[in-house]
Ligand binder design. Structure first.
Ligand SMILES: *[C@@H]1O[C@H](CO)[C@@H](O)[C@H](O)[C@H]1NC(C)=O
Length: 201
């Protein structure tokens, strides 16, 4: 091979190897959050139809899984009270967290990591942040940051006012799972509302 051709071949190989690698990095960004959220409209009872988390032991065995639920309430300006119910290893468990607004963002944070933690909900490991990634108020894509101290876990939840999901919301859930690298952990919960209904307002 002539030296000129060799250089050309090397450049071609570099381009082929590096460009796809750069493309991957761009996709690792977090999903974009919805920036004009009406928390009053977002309040109320939600079914949790699907979840994807990297927290070990969050979900019980397959035959014990049920729909989750959440009741979101704006307590006072800048404060959110969120009640969750999930079917866990030891049966149906509920937990309430109180979160504070983070500036203008559609994000509420737990400034006092243990405040509002009721009982040993170990798998939940404390809710550090509650982010609404997108919503039309009939469904919501919610990203929870869980953990204690330096430990961090992700949990993506698909909220729905009804016990069935729409194609569009499920697609958004799967897309967000991809971005958060949680696709392998995505679980559509079985349509058993017996745990969810324990927190009906
Ligand atoms: C889903 O909700 C509808 C109406 O609210 C109800 O009739 C139906 O039984 C529910 N399905 C399940 C599996 O809970």
């Amino acid at each position: 091979m002539r030296p000129g051709l060799l250089v050309l071949a090397l450049v071609l190989v570099l381009v082929l190897v590096l460009v796809p690698a750069l493309g991957c990095q761009v996709q690792e960004e977090h999903p974009r959050e919805s920036h004009t959220l009406n928390w009053g409209k977002f309040s109320g009872f939600w079914y949790i139809l699907a979840t994807a988390t990297d927290a070990q032991g969050f979900l019980p065995a397959r035959d014990k899984r049920k729909l989750g639920a959440s009741v979101v309430r704006v307590d006072k300006v800048g404060q959110l009270r969120v009640l969750f119910a999930f079917s866990r290893m030891k049966g149906c468990q509920s937990q309430e967290v109180i979160l504070r607004k983070d500036g203008k963002k559609p994000v509420f944070r737990n400034t006092c990591a243990y405040a509002g933690l009721r009982g040993g909900w170990k798998g939940m490991k404390g809710v550090k942040g509650f982010h609404v990634l997108s919503t039309d108020y009939s469904y919501g894509l919610v990203y929870l940051r869980l953990g204690r101290a330096a430990l961090n876990f992700k949990n993506l939840l698909l909220f729905h006012r009804q016990n069935v999901s729409s194609f569009q919301s499920l697609k958004e859930f799967m897309d967000a799972c991809d971005i958060l690298e949680l696709s392998k952990a995505a679980v559509i919960l079985p349509k058993d509302a017996s745990c969810a209904h324990t927190i009906l307002p």
